[in-house]
Design a protein around this ligand. Structure first.
Ligand code: W6P
Length: 402
């Protein structure tokens, strides 16, 4: 029985710190024994975290719990918890192969949790304050990042043992030589294509600074953040220039400056790789600033027509803004129509298909903060926006617990 089993986990009030060094250690070196140690870790840590999630969903106000979207999410977590918590020990590689496969299915089955909960909270906004909703979702998303990191790490190691690649710089889901330049190019070219297809044109990308530097990071996390930021920078650039320089044929570029930590920074215990994404899209007004990183203003779950009926005028996509040049990240379903495929792109592994629900920027910020980094936005109103992304170098992060 779920509740009986859950009560065994009742004494767990916070997740045991997830030590990144532990996650990496299962791959250094990668052996049948280390993979079995990894599965043991996954079988201990995942149920603890799912139990926490179940309990925090159960702790919601009763009326919120009766919402069908919230209720179905809770059910899904209960089922997953039950499956992992009652799974027999995995003692050989054949059992592990089967478990890893089922674990991948489980991860996949939770792909739409956040949009589903978003819909639920939207319908329950009378019963919870924006702060309560925001705190709940922050916790849910952090928990989700942790569970996925543990699960994906084990799945990746299980696969790597079967198909070893001596030349790979990957340690499970961590790439020790993640190249921000390559990542910016890849995400940039995708966002460019989409921007061109939907807005008719797109700015170019300039990459400068420490362009050849690499650092240890989780590529799917970086991919998610960059895609979200570039989407917003591109869209702001195109729309601002259509509005203010309609006769101009050229768009100012989006400039990404890369900065690898100096030896002194590393020695001082500040091993952060920094990226600045600069656009000339007109900036963000004071009024929209707070909205950009807020879940509360999302229009997730609203029908597209309602968004269009907001009546801002000024072109087919103008009404999909929260207002003026607000971030796409807060654009609700309008974003789904315009850039729907973007967030689903290539992110199935780590993130699922949290597409177009206005959660992009708050979620990106949680990803950045997850390992101790940050995502900050500075607006030069009337001119453009700088996003500063500071990301912890994970090879020096043995002490980072998340
Ligand atoms: C904008 C609004 C925004 C949000 C996030 C990243 C870049 C930008 N540019 O105008």
């Amino acid at each position: 029985e779920v509740s009986e089993l859950l009560s065994k986990y009742a004494s767990i009030t916070s997740a045991r710190p997830l030590n990144l060094y532990t996650l990496l250690s299962f791959a250094r070196p990668l052996t049948p024994e280390s993979v079995l140690a990894s599965v043991n870790y996954a079988l201990t840590e995942i149920p603890r975290r799912l139990a926490l999630r179940v309990r925090s969903l159960e702790a919601l106000p009763f009326i919120v719990g009766t919402n069908p979207y919230v209720a179905s999410t809770l059910n899904a977590y209960r089922e997953s918890f039950l499956w992992v918590a009652t799974h027999p020990p995995v003692t050989n590689l054949d059992q592990n192969a089967k478990f890893a496969e089922q674990l991948a299915d489980l991860v996949q089955s939770h792909a739409n949790d956040i949009p589903t909960m978003a819909k639920g909270f939207q319908e329950c906004s009378r019963y919870m304050s924006p702060t309560q909703i925001s705190n709940f979702l922050d916790g849910a998303i952090r928990n989700r990042i942790s569970v996925r990191l543990i699960a994906e790490q084990h799945i990746a190691l299980s696969q790597a043992l079967e198909n070893p690649d001596a030349n790979s710089s990957h340690v499970g889901v961590v790439d020790l030589e993640c190249s921000p330049k390559a990542m910016v190019k890849m995400c940039g070219s995708f966002v460019s294509d989409l921007c061109e297809a939907t807005l008719g044109t797109s700015p170019s990308i300039v990459i400068n600074g420490h362009t050849d530097a690499t650092f240890a990071y989780v590529p799917v996390h970086l991919e998610y953040m960059l895609t979200e930021i570039l989407k917003n920078a591109f869209r702001a650039t195109v729309e601002h220039h259509m509005k203010h320089h309609p006769s101009s044929r050229s768009l100012p570029p989006v400039t990404i400056t890369l900065s690898s930590p100096s030896a002194a920074m590393r020695e001082a215990g500040h091993p952060y790789f920094s990226l600045r994404i600069r656009d000339q899209g007109g900036g963000v007004s004071q009024a929209n600033m707070a909205r950009i990183f807020s879940y509360a203003f999302t229009t997730a779950g609203r029908r597209a027509e309602e968004d269009v009926d907001d009546g801002e005028g000024g072109g087919p996509y103008a009404a999909q803004h929260v207002g003026g040049s607000a971030a796409i990240g807060s654009g609700g379903l309008g974003e789904a129509n315009l850039f729907g495929e973007i967030t689903g792109k290539g992110l199935q592994t780590g993130i699922g298909t949290i597409a177009g629900l206005g959660y992009g920027l708050p979620m990106s910020q949680l990803y950045a903060k997850y390992f101790g980094g940050s995502l900050e936005l500075m607006s030069l109103e009337g001119w453009g926006t700088d996003v500063f992304l500071k990301l912890r170098c994970l090879d020096e992060a043995g002490d980072v617990t998340v």
